[in-house]
Design a protein around this ligand. Structure first.
Ligand code: ADP
Ligand code: X15
Length: 396
């Protein structure tokens, strides 16, 4: 993709800036923010705009309201939280379009911050409706997109407005995410190793197909490994297997061979009698699976093989857990990968979703080169797709 304009390419002084952020943060029952990672990740961009005299109009979605207002999805709790982080007032608008909002934006002074209410309270947002995009575009002079986590959505505030408000530029978080994730795929330091896990092959087929053209080693773990093992004739008992993907998994193994990619599958497993935190469990290898048991984690031999490949890597991308890490008894494989990456000399990129939760649970966030703020968006990049929210930005 062409290089996009960035914050430094624009004079923000006295300008109204429509800045799309991803403040889709988890809230608890008391409407308190449970994880502020996405808010703190956007701060460098927000500070740059206000420090350069911009009038900052923030736009985000929260949750998945169905095109109409719902109290539990209000962004109101974010305004005071952000005000504390920024050390300046953050006004909260009751809506994101309409005369009252226009009046609020007209009253702003340089350096003021206004948070608009949830974009998804309007059906036009997810439909990328042009009339709704025009209403949003009316509010500002310049467009900034720092919402990497939502960049795979072609919605009004992520795509439509960017086409109407020029220049449309990438914020720092967006730039950093693309630098790591697209950078790793375009020009990785080698050996380049990808670790792909999680529940199902079907969710990650395109990722695996794309990575087979890029990586030196592909490590497979988690539930999806058992469809791969079945394709190799291993009897995997009651482990998670997608019957309709066995043939495809076999073809991917063949492709890896043809392309000279070192594909690593689990050699031993922690198997359990049932899918429960305190289930009876033991270790088995590929020759002695119990017919009525299921694999819920990779075994010790597999862990040491995977650790060795990771220690030799220069670039690692990780997406998806190695086992049912939510249950302590089956979290060893996932935490071993997290620890090995934390100690590795490689550039380590954690591509969103459950692998990020695992790294955070292990307290190892600070030891990774990059932890993505977008699960879906990083997967689409790993699939080799362009992100609509990025494509719509102004080329350099
Ligand atoms: N061996 C396994 N059997 C069943 N489920 C598994 C297994 N290994 C991992 N999982 C489950 O996969 C889920 C994560 O899968 P997925 O949503 O595809 O990953 P991600 O969110 O990282 O993309 C976790 O809830 C985990 O418990
Ligand atoms: O949380 C998000 O994505 P993620 O769960 O894939 O990381 C983004 O805010 C996008 O939200 P959406 O998947 O409701 O469009």
């Amino acid at each position: 993709m062409s290089r996009k304009m960035t914050l430094e390419d624009v004079d923000f002084s006295g300008k109204r800036v429509f800045c799309r952020v991803d403040f889709n943060v988890p809230l608890n029952d008391r409407q308190e923010i449970e994880d502020d990672t996405r808010i703190t990740a956007a701060l460098p961009t927000l500070r740059y705009i206000v420090d350069h005299g911009g009038r900052l109009i923030l736009a985000s979605h929260l949750g998945r309201p169905k095109g109409k207002p719902e109290d539990k999805y209000s962004l109101a709790p974010v305004a005071p939280y952000l005000a504390k982080l920024l050390g300046r007032p953050v006004a909260m608008a009751k809506d994101c379009v309409g005369p009252t909002v226009i009046a609020l934006t007209n009253e702003m002074n340089d350096g003021d911050v206004l948070l608009l209410e949830n974009m998804r309270f309007h059906p036009g947002e997810e439909k990328n409706d042009s009339a709704f995009s025009r209403e949003l575009a009316q509010l500002a002079d310049i467009y900034v997109n720092d919402a990497f986590g939502t960049a795979h959505r072609a919605h009004a505030s992520t795509e439509g407005v960017a086409r109407l408000l020029q220049p449309a530029v990438a914020g720092y978080l967006m730039g950093k995410e693309l630098e790591y994730l697209s950078g790793a795929l375009a020009d990785p330091k080698r050996p380049f190793v990808a670790v792909i896990g999680g529940a199902k092959v079907s969710d990650k087929i395109s990722v695996i197909e794309n990575l087979l053209n890029k990586v030196d080693t592909l490590i497979i773990g988690g539930g999806m490994a058992y469809t791969f093992l079945r394709s190799q004739g291993v009897d995997v008992g009651k482990s998670l297997v997608e019957e309709d993907r066995i043939e495809l998994a076999g073809r991917l193994v063949e492709q890896a061979k043809q392309k000279g990619v070192n594909l690593l599958l689990p050699q031993d497993h922690v198997i359990a009698r049932e899918f429960k935190a305190d289930a009876d469990h033991k270790i088995c290898d590929n020759t002695d699976f119990e017919p009525d048991w299921m694999a819920l984690d990779i075994g010790p031999l597999t862990i040491s093989g995977y650790e060795k490949a990771l220690r030799e890597a220069a670039t690692v991308v990780w997406n998806g857990p190695m086992g049912v890490f939510e249950f302590d008894a089956f979290a060893k494989g996932t935490f071993a990968v997290a620890r090995t990456l934390a100690e590795a000399k490689a550039t380590t990129i954690i591509g969103g979703g459950d692998s990020v939760s695992a790294v955070k649970k292990a307290g190892l966030e600070d030891k990774m080169s990059h932890i993505s703020t977008g699960g879906g968006a990083s997967l689409e990049l790993l699939e080799g797709k362009d992100l609509p929210g990025v494509a719509a930005l102004t080329n350099k």
